[in-house]
Design a protein around this ligand. Structure first.
Ligand SMILES: Nc1nc2c(ncn2[C@@H]2O[C@H](COP(=O)(O)OP(=O)(O)OP(=O)(O)O)[C@@H](O)[C@H]2O)c(=O)[nH]1
Ligand SMILES: [Mg+2]
Length: 210
């Protein structure tokens, strides 16, 4: 049996308040949904581990607060992250504009972030939709983002979203983990959790975290 490689990555969620960031994380980590989810104060931290191909990826998830008064805290969380999920609400055009500005900010300032996903959440509210699927898909394609419409309420595409991020991080391999290495800047790469022992492909230099 092949020894799995194990890596950990920091993942940050960004987006306007009430788009469903905490709900997506809660669905992914605990399989739950709360109709009356409380607005996040500062940020929340959770972990979850997934397996993609032969790689075990442990996510350290920073779920940031979307309220504008917390905006100045966001760099603390995205600076050290290798991946980001920017969330908007398909029933709110404003939240889509806000998502675009988060992506601009990440491109300019978050040098360690190698994988960015855009999630159009609350897709269960079809009748109230204000953000067109093809427009969002086009925007994501232009920017090279992973894109999915999700529902934390029904669980649609939630696991797939996080798995796609894990997969792309694992595929990027050393590039995802090794770049941005400001030892003092907090922009560390993915860390190896455990050395794959024995035989297998450890000699190919394809491990995701060195
Ligand atoms: N219908 C529906 N409601 C959702 C969905 N996701 C979240 N909600 C609801 O939307 C509200 C806000 O969700 P949160 O997860 O707190 O949003 P947030 O982005 O974390 O908000 P902040 O912490 O303020 O930044 C809550 O009442 C959730 O129950 C969804 O997919 N569908
Ligand atoms: Mg929240």
């Amino acid at each position: 049996m092949q020894t799995a490689r194990q890596c950990q990555f920091k993942l940050v969620l960004l987006g306007e308040s009430a788009v469903g960031k905490s709900s997506l994380v809660l669905r992914f980590v605990k399989g739950q949904f709360h109709e009356y989810q409380e607005s996040t104060i500062g940020a929340a931290f959770l972990t979850q581990t997934v397996v993609v191909d032969d790689v075990t990826v442990k996510f350290e998830i920073w779920d940031t607060a979307g309220q504008e008064r917390y905006h100045s805290l966001a760099p603390m969380y995205y600076r050290g992250a290798q991946a980001a999920i920017v969330v908007y609400d398909v029933t709110s055009s404003d939240s889509f504009q806000r998502a675009k500005s988060w992506i601009r900010e990440l491109n300019e300032k978050a040098t360690a972030v190698k994988v960015v996903a855009l999630a159009g959440n609350k897709v269960d509210l079809q009748q109230q939709r204000l953000v067109d699927l093809t427009e969002a898909q086009q925007f994501a394609d232009d920017k090279g983002l992973i894109f999915m419409e999700t529902s934390a309420k029904t669980a649609m595409n939630v696991n797939d979203l996080f798995l796609s991020v894990a997969k792309r991080l694992a595929q990027l391999g050393d590039a995802a983990g090794g770049i941005g290495g400001g030892a003092g800047g907090g922009a560390s790469g993915g860390q190896r959790l455990q050395q794959g022992g024995g035989s297998g492909d450890s000699g190919r230099g394809s491990s995701c975290c060195k």
